[in-house]
Structures are given as C-alpha cells and as structure tokens.
Design a protein around this ligand. Structure first.
Ligand code: ZN
Length: 307
C-alpha cells in the first residue's frame, strides 16, 4: 500500500496577497521538491474533492459555516480577522482542504492507503468552533477526527500538532472530548496566546522556549507524549503538520531542522504500528520558508512512505 498525497490546484487560488506569508507558493514548493525523487514515483497522488458541508458542521456551528460563505467577497479582498483574508476563491480552497481531510481518513480506514498527507491550504488548526483565526477558516484536522469517530466509529484518536504555534482551535473543539488526545508543542509565550493553559487530561500542551533546538525538542516531546499515547491507544493518528518550527522559518524562533521532522514522524509511525494498524493522516498546517518547508515535508513524506 502506498502513501496518499491529496491536493488540488485550486487550493492555490486562495491568495491573500504577495506580502502574505501563507502563500500559494507553499504548495508548489512541496510539489517541486518531490520532482525527480523516488517519492514522486511512489506516492499515490489524489485530487481533493469539495467537502460535504455536513462534515464541516460536525465541528463548526451551521451559522458559522453559512456566515463564511456569505461574507466571501465577489471581488477584491476582505479581512475575516486581523490575519485572515478572504477573496473570491477562498472558500473553494477551504472546502477542498476540508474535503481532502475526509478523503484521507476514508482512504486510510478502508485500507486503500496505509497513510495519507494532505498538501492543502488554507490551514486549519487555529480555527476555533466559532472563529476564524491565524489564516484558518475550517479546522481541517478536527473535521478529519470527527469523521473518523462519528462515521468510521473509532473510539479513540490522537492529534499531534508540531506546528510552532499552539493548535488553539483544535484544543477549543476537543477539550471536552476524551476520545481525542491532543498533543501540541509550540513556542511559548507566543501567538495564539490562548488555550495553552487548558487543564484537561486529554490536552497535552507542551510549551517550548524560544530557541529550543532539535535535541531538546526530541527529548521533551518523547517524555511528554509517548507514555500518554501508549495509554490512549489511538486507533488513528492525525498529525497537524506545521513546519514553521524550522530554524530558517521567519515566523517564529524555534530551531528545528528537517531531520527533526523525520524523527518525530518516525516516533509517530512507531506508535501507529502498535496501536493504529499503521493508520496516519497528516495535514499541512504552517511553514513559511519555502525551502525549509519543502525539505521538511519531504522528510516527513519519506518516513510516511516507509524509507
Ligand atoms: Zn504555525
């Protein structure tokens, strides 16, 4: 079985402006990195499909979902919040990103693919139940988790979020749902300045000081998460794969390199092997230095693909 790579060209149509770091070029950079590699031959490339709105409404209130469609401009750009800009193709891209998350779960649960990576945007982990935030509209990883629980009938899943920013939206959505173990590492104190102090047994926040390097990241994530993952026995592992903790990323101040993404992916593969029948669904979140993003995503994909 192959690793699925789920994406769609129209995810690049959402364009918040030349100065905005969450750029369509992020997806192009990852795809370009895979050219002339073994991965390019071995990944199962799939086209994302538009999400069924019911799947989004498992996570966000119907009024929120309707409101986003209503405020999307027919031309020009508007601010959905101070960081998050909408333009005519924004919600099409968001619906493809959420649709890819559902497809990824279906592909992995059906046994069609051993694991899956969604190379999609806009990202999702800052989107709270009722609030756009931090370039995010729909919380894609939450849509995937809810689909796995409510449609596929899983009883326990885990979400691992190694983006440099805390996954406040994901915590907001699952803080009272013990079926979902949320493990989030992040620079602290730093954006989004919320949900980092949530005290629930299923929420494992791992704040990291600015300038934390790879070895310390590895030691701390393993110490904080491995036992808890083994206790939770997730039937599916979901990864909020943000690559902005890389030392060359302009957005923040952690100092990982691409091999740290290889390491953490391997740790999660090992957990998945024992508890999840190897099932992993990984969804792109942040990562704003195009070279660092592309190289880190390649490392992540190589491990998912089994080498
Ligand atoms: Zn981020």
């Amino acid at each position: 079985m192959k690793t699925a790579y789920i994406s769609h060209h129209d995810c690049t149509l959402h364009n918040m402006g030349a100065e905005h770091p969450e750029s369509p070029l992020r997806l192009t950079a990852i795809l370009d990195q895979l050219q002339d590699t073994r991965l390019n031959q071995e990944l199962d490339f799939m086209r994302a499909e538009l999400v069924n709105p019911d799947h989004v409404r498992r996570v966000h209130p119907a009024t929120y979902v309707e409101q986003l469609d209503l405020i999307q401009p027919k031309k020009g750009r508007i601010y959905a919040d101070e960081d998050t800009i909408m333009m005519p193709d924004t919600m099409r891209a968001a619906k493809l990103a959420a649709g890819a998350a559902v497809q990824a779960v279906d592909a992995v649960m059906s046994g069609q693919n051993k694991n899956a990576f969604c190379a999609t945007r806009p990202p999702g982990h800052h989107a709270e139940r009722n609030k756009t935030m931090g370039f995010c509209f729909y919380n894609n990883i939450a849509v995937a988790a809810k689909h796995a629980l409510d449609f596929h009938g899983l009883e326990r899943v885990a979400i691992i979020d190694f983006d440099v920013h805390q996954g406040n939206g994901t915590v907001d959505i699952f803080q009272n749902d013990p079926r979902v173990l949320v493990c989030s590492s992040f620079q602290h104190p730093y954006y989004p300045f919320s949900h980092h102090a949530v005290d629930q047994p299923n929420i494992l926040n791992l704040p990291l000081e600015a300038h934390t390097q790879g070895l310390s990241f590895r030691n701390k994530t393993e110490a904080a998460w491995l036992n808890e993952l083994q206790n939770h026995k997730p039937q599916l592992i979901l990864i909020s794969a943000g690559f902005d903790a890389h030392k060359n990323d302009p957005m923040a101040d952690l100092e990982l390199d691409k091999t740290d993404y290889r390491w953490i992916t391997q740790m999660l593969m090992d957990v998945a092997k024992y508890y999840s029948n190897d099932r992993i669904v990984s969804i792109l979140e942040g990562g704003y230095n195009l070279k660092a993003l592309a190289e880190s995503a390649e490392q992540h994909l190589e491990v998912l693909a089994g080498y």
